[in-house]
Ligand binder design. Structure first.
Ligand SMILES: Cc1cc2nc3c(=O)[nH]c(=O)nc-3n(C[C@H](O)[C@H](O)[C@H](O)COP(=O)(O)O)c2cc1C
Length: 177
C-alpha cells in the first residue's frame, strides 16, 4: 500500500473545508474577531453556512446578538489570522493588536474587516446543534467582495501552524452548479 495509517487526531487537517475566516461579533458596542476554519455550506439560496464555534468569548456574543460577519482574508493577513486565533477578545482588542480596520456592515452590528477581500453578513437561524457540537447555522443576508481580486490567495488550515494557500483556478466541464 502506498498509504499509511493516519492518527484520528489528524483527520480534520485533511477535510478542512474552505478558507480560514475571521468571524466578527459586536456585543454592547464592543467588536471582537476570532479565527475560524470549521465551517461548511449547507444551502445555496439563501446561503446557509454551518460554523463550529467553541471559543467561549465569541460564543457569548453570537448567542446574545445572533449576528456575525464572516470575513475572508488572503495570505497577506496570515499573521493577523494566527493572532486572532491565539488570543481572546476577553483580554485583547484584536483590531488594534493586529492592525485590522473595522468597517460598518449594512444589516448587522458586527463589523466588516476592511483588509479582507470578502465579507458575509450573517444572522444565526438555528442553534439546535450548539449545545452538542458548538454548531450554529448562519444565513448570509448580505455579501461584499473586492472585484479587483480575481484568484484570492486564501488560507486553508492544515493544523499546527500549517496552511495551504489557494490562488490558482482551473476550468473542467461539470454539470454541478
Ligand atoms: C487557524 C485557526 C483556526 C481556528 N478555527 C476555529 C474554529 O473553527 N472554531 C473555533 O471555535 N475556534 C477556532 N480557532 C480558535 C479560536 O480562534 C480561538 O479560540 C480564539 O482565541 C477565540 O477568540 P475569542 O476568545 O475572542 O472568542 C481557530 C484558531 C486558528 C489559529
Amino acid at each position: 500500500m502506498r498509504t499509511r495509517r493516519l492518527p484520528l487526531s489528524k483527520v480534520y487537517g485533511l477535510l478542512e473545508p474552505g478558507p480560514v475566516v475571521l468571524l466578527t461579533t459586536s456585543q454592547r458596542g464592543r467588536a471582537n474577531v476570532m479565527t475560524l476554519s470549521w465551517h461548511t455550506m449547507l444551502e445555496f439560496e439563501p446561503p446557509l453556512v454551518g460554523v463550529v464555534v467553541g471559543a467561549a468569548h465569541s460564543v457569548k456574543a453570537l448567542r446574545a446578538t445572533r449576528e456575525c460577519v464572516l470575513n475572508i482574508p488572503t495570505v497577506e493577513l496570515g499573521a493577523a489570522v494566527v493572532g486572532c486565533g491565539n488570543t481572546s477578545g476577553a483580554q485583547v482588542d484584536k483590531f488594534a493588536a493586529f492592525g485590522l480596520t473595522p468597517a460598518p456592515a449594512s444589516l448587522v452590528a458586527a463589523p466588516l474587516i476592511d483588509e479582507c477581500w470578502a465579507s458575509l453578513e450573517c444572522r444565526v437561524v438555528d442553534t439546535r446543534g450548539a449545545k452538542r457540537y458548538g454548531l450554529f447555522v448562519l444565513e448570509v443576508v448580505a455579501a461584499r467582495v473586492d472585484p479587483r481580486v480575481k484568484d484570492p490567495r486564501t488560507l486553508h488550515h492544515r493544523g499546527w501552524g500549517r496552511f495551504m494557500v489557494a490562488g490558482e483556478s482551473i476550468r473542467l466541464t461539470s454539470k454541478m452548479r
